[in-house]
Ligand binder design. Structure first.
Ligand code: CA
Length: 427
């Protein structure tokens, strides 16, 4: 089925600002509560949120036979995502047609517009999916090399398995929160430099991790696997993802089983899920993988995505923002399809709404690193901010803002923002 929603010359009857992340070619999915206090699945076009429950109720989606009647009324996207990629594509194509400038069916019905279209400022975004499980990969070679160099041994920065396996660990789904949720600075055990005994107290090395995450449909029955060439069909879309980390706690606790309390106090996602269909025009060749992966991970063609990413720090006191890094999703070594194929190769079942983090996305140059740990090189090279202050890590009352978009010279498809503020530790 053709993805007609992506047609670059399509224009909407909804006003869209120049350089908007949300032209009619995007149509990302989310969940919002409107000013009448009802919660619905929706999509975004420009600065308008479209209530899909009402759009369906008023008959605009009746030709999509696989859409169940109440599928947009669950308060999460999980049921819709379970319907599979063919239905996602039909729905997005149809929504694009309804809001196309050439189409008058809804455009000229003021009463229906009032029930369907909301100003983005009049709604409250909710977590888009119920996340049953969250997995975090570690798939940027530059990031893994930098961390291996700092925490272990510059001569053997990458462990022997790294070039053969998309390394990952199981994270904690309960503390994945929506953009604009404040994050409390965690407390825990750390081992002060030069000491033999740990101490308990607040973390003094709070960091962001600039990541993206993909959200899956029901990918496989337990015991079955997802082939690497079928994996993208099981991925609904992507969000920006800040995997907050407490580096001092991490350094002390991570051996031998990996991250635990240093990572599970909070992870923040952006509210609008940009579909993999919308991102197809931005596919690009992947990094050459050497040694060649084992056959179950081997891919041909273009399997990576060109998504420009940045992170900024906004201190509360000055109110002056500084962009601290610019990187790109295409720097990932392992692709999303390889991650999902690997995740299921042992028969582990992946469900609708599962969240898979990419791992911190660091580029090849020091100004493209995806965490403060790397940008300030373990605190040895403080990062200067535009307000004249310096940061080794994230201070109390700093807001970290992640942004991302694709641009191919004609159409810009963006993710909006993923924001979170660090509050002082509890007394
Ligand atoms: Ca991470």
């Amino acid at each position: 089925m053709e993805i007609t929603a992506n047609k670059p010359d399509r224009k909407s009857w909804i006003d869209i600002k120049e350089n908007s992340d949300f032209p009619i070619q995007n149509i990302p999915f989310g969940v919002f509560t409107n000013n009448e206090d009802s919660t619905t699945v929706g999509v975004r076009i420009g600065d308008k949120a479209i209530d899909l429950a009402s759009l369906q109720h008023l008959g605009y989606l009746k030709d999509i036979k696989s859409l169940e009647d109440d599928v947009f009324l669950y308060g999460t996207l999980n049921e819709f995502i379970s319907l599979g990629s063919k239905t996602w594509r039909q729905a997005r194509n149809r929504i694009a047609d309804v809001f196309d400038k050439e189409n008058t069916e809804l455009q000229e019905n003021k009463d229906h517009i009032e029930q369907i279209v909301y100003d983005i400022d009049d709604i409250i975004m909710q977590l888009p999916v119920y996340i049953g499980d969250y997995t975090d990969f570690y798939s940027s070679k530059e990031h893994a090399t930098n961390v291996g160099t700092m925490f272990r041994d510059p001569e053997n920065a990458l462990l022997p398995n790294w070039l053969h396996i998309p390394v990952g660990y199981h994270g904690r789904a309960s503390s994945v929160v929506l953009s604009d949720t404040d994050i409390r600075r965690p407390k825990g055990q750390t081992l002060p430099l030069g000491e033999k005994q740990p101490v308990f107290g607040q973390s003094n090395r709070i960091d962001f991790e600039l990541e993206m995450a993909f959200i899956t449909t029901d990918a496989n029955e337990m015991g079955d696997t997802v082939a690497v060439d079928d994996a993208e069909d099981k991925i609904f879309g992507m969000v920006l993802f800040n995997d907050w980390s407490a580096r001092d706690m991490q350094a002390w606790e991570y051996v031998p089983l990996g991250p635990f309390l240093a990572k599970n106090f909070a992870s923040t996602i952006s509210p609008w899920i940009v579909t993999l269909d919308a991102l197809k025009p931005y596919k690009t060749v992947n990094t050459k993988q050497s040694p060649e992966p084992l056959p179950y991970l081997l891919q041909k063609g273009e399997n990576n995505y060109d998504i420009k990413l940045q992170a900024a720090i906004l201190p509360e006191e000055s109110g002056i923002e500084t962009i601290v890094t610019n990187t790109n999703f295409k720097h990932m070594y392992w692709t999303m399809a390889q991650q999902l194929a690997h995740h299921t190769v042992n028969g582990c079942n992946v469900m609708s709404g599962d969240l898979m983090g990419s791992g911190t996305i660091s580029g090849p140059t020091p100004d493209s690193y995806g965490s403060m740990l790397e940008l300030a090189w373990k605190g040895t090279k403080p990062v200067k901010l535009n307000d004249g202050t310096e940061r080794k890590f994230i201070n109390d009352n700093d807001t970290v803002i992640l942004r991302g978009h694709c641009y191919n010279g004609t159409t810009r498809i963006g993710f909006g923002e993923c924001r979170g503020k660090i509050l002082p530790a509890k007394k």
